[in-house]
Ligand binder design. Structure first.
Ligand SMILES: Cc1cc2nc3c(=O)[nH]c(=O)nc-3n(C[C@H](O)[C@H](O)[C@H](O)COP(=O)(O)OP(=O)(O)OC[C@H]3O[C@@H](n4cnc5c(N)ncnc54)[C@H](O)[C@@H]3O)c2cc1C
Length: 453
């Protein structure tokens, strides 16, 4: 089993994100049903729930998908969890990013069933989960004064990605004795630009991943948990298990959310039927397999509306694939199509002439204003929405032997629903200073904020 299973009771267990292989192991351990509490697209190494569900169906297990945003449970979420738990065949295994949301929902459901908070707290505590705030044993603070003993840092950083790690290093390089903490639940940190090169057979997949622990700068405290919410009026964030962490200055850098469900049929076929994406760690090698094996046929590359992370990555997949086909002597047999939701090849106009040279060299056909809306992997067909001249929308169908999809992207749910967000959901910063427009002790960094690149 790749993922550690935490046995909560005789018929209930939780864990961090599981893989398809884990599903079969859970079945062999006698587990009869699964509950997924993690919304799809939270991280770039996350299998979509439909992939886990296919494995569960094969293994004869039932699955309930009850996604919840960290630290933001409604009464309906608890009721839905309780109903699913009562309905599903036992034993049941629930998972999310770290297991915290699952065990919290189970405990809150048990509370409704009359179990005592102290007993539930002790059960969760033995498994390494601190539910004291979630279960109301430690009251959630409401006053500005922080409770004695509450975690507090001069500088608190949300997210240990490219932005979070670099800003921590950079600050420490200037003032050595700063009291800094980074909050991030991820065990591993990815060098995501490397995935383009994995998809082109140039990098090894294993060279794009390191443990988060090995990258946290010396002297910086790592809080291994997910942030569930922000309370900028009281200088605190709330972790997904409801624990508060206080700060003097906050830097918000939790990245961007990949919206795989934004294209109908995509999650059902991703990783199969010639449908791939370098935007997922585990799928970049599949891109290379498809590119290597394609000797003739139609290769389609897509780009969604902005904003996306790395506006160049959808095109880099095209150029590197075409370069391989050219060097292998098969380029003439491959019909390359680039469907771009935008109206120009690249947003920075100085780059466009050089890129156009490559489009010409590889004989690629570009369709601007075409947004991927649907894929049928089994029949190798894709549909794009296009605005007509009279302002109506029309669907354009195309076939493919392979298709590289860049998914639509949006702000992370817990940012979008917070007081820090602009209308579109991004951290609302001054584009010259990256300081929040309303809260002077908060900054946004990386993909999650709204300054232009
Ligand atoms: C295929 C591909 C190719 C790319 N190529 C390039 C390139 O050539 N050049 C370039 O400049 N950029 C490129 N990028 C983009 C680049 O990787 C991102 O812009 C960069 O990683 C953004 O850094 P970030 O710290 O904002 O987000 P990320 O690096 O994504 O890190 C976000 C971190 O926040 C954490 N997090 C998420 N939710 C929470 C939460 N609730 N609580 C706490 N922590 C949380 C995550 O675990 C993660 O560690 C590419 C990206 C991809 C996918």
């Amino acid at each position: 089993m790749q993922t550690e299973i935490k046995q909560v009771s005789g018929d209930f267990s939780v864990s961090a994100q599981i893989t398809e292989a884990d599903v079969h192991e859970l079945a062999s351990l006698g587990v009869k049903s699964l509950i997924c509490n993690r919304p799809d697209g939270e991280a770039a190494d996350q299998p979509n729930v439909s992939e886990i569900e296919s494995a569960a169906v094969q293994a004869g297990m039932a699955l309930a998908y009850l996604p919840v945003v960290s630290g933001n449970f409604s009464g309906a979420d608890i009721a839905d969890f309780l109903a699913a738990w009562q309905r599903l065949p036992k034993p049941t295994h629930a998972y999310c990013r770290t297991g915290t949301r699952s065990i919290t929902l189970w405990s809150l459901a048990q509370l409704r069933q009359g179990r005592q908070p102290q007993e539930l707290l002790a059960t969760a505590g033995k498994l390494g989960y601190d539910l004291s705030s979630a279960l109301g044993v430690t009251p959630t603070p409401t006053a500005h004064e922080r409770p004695p003993g509450a975690a507090h840092y001069d500088i608190l950083i949300v997210g240990a990605g490219a932005a979070g790690i670099s800003v921590a290093s950079s600050l420490l390089g200037r003032v050595r004795d700063l009291d800094i903490a980074i909050i991030d639940p991820a065990e591993v940190h990815y060098y995501q630009p490397g995935w383009t090169l994995v998809g082109a057979g140039i990098f090894k997949q294993c060279d794009t991943v390191k443990t988060t622990a090995s990258l946290i700068p010396d002297g910086v405290h790592w809080i291994k948990a997910a942030v569930g919410g922000f309370d900028p009026e009281h200088n605190r964030v709330t972790l997904e298990d409801s624990r508060p962490v206080y700060y003097e200055r906050l830097i918000v850098a939790p990245g961007i959310k990949l919206n795989w469900h934004g294209v109908e049929g995509l999650v059902e076929t991703l990783g199969h039927n010639g449908v791939t994406s370098n935007y997922r760690f585990d799928l970049a090698p599949y891109t290379w397999k498809l590119v290597r094996n394609l000797r003739k046929g139609r290769a389609v590359f897509t780009q969604p509306p902005m904003p996306i992370k790395c506006a160049g990555a959808p095109q880099k997949a095209l150029y590197l694939s075409a370069d391989h086909w050219q060097r292998s002597g098969v380029l003439g047999n491959i019909d390359i199509a680039f469907f771009n939701a935008g109206e120009v090849l690249f947003g920075v106009k100085e780059y466009v002439p050089a890129l156009n040279e490559y489009i010409k060299r590889y004989g690629a056909n570009i369709s601007f204003g075409h947004r991927l809306v649907k894929i049928d992997g089994d029949n190798r067909r894709a549909w794009f929405e296009k605005n007509t001249e009279n302002g109506e929308k029309t669907l354009v169908e195309t076939e493919f032997d392979m298709i590289h999809v860049c998914p639509p992207q949006c702000a992370p749910d817990f940012v979008r629903e917070s007081a820090l967000a602009d209308e579109a959901g991004w951290v609302d910063v001054d584009q010259n200073t990256l300081r929040h427009k309303s809260f002077a002790n908060i900054w946004g960094l990386g993909d999650a904020m709204n300054a232009p690149n």
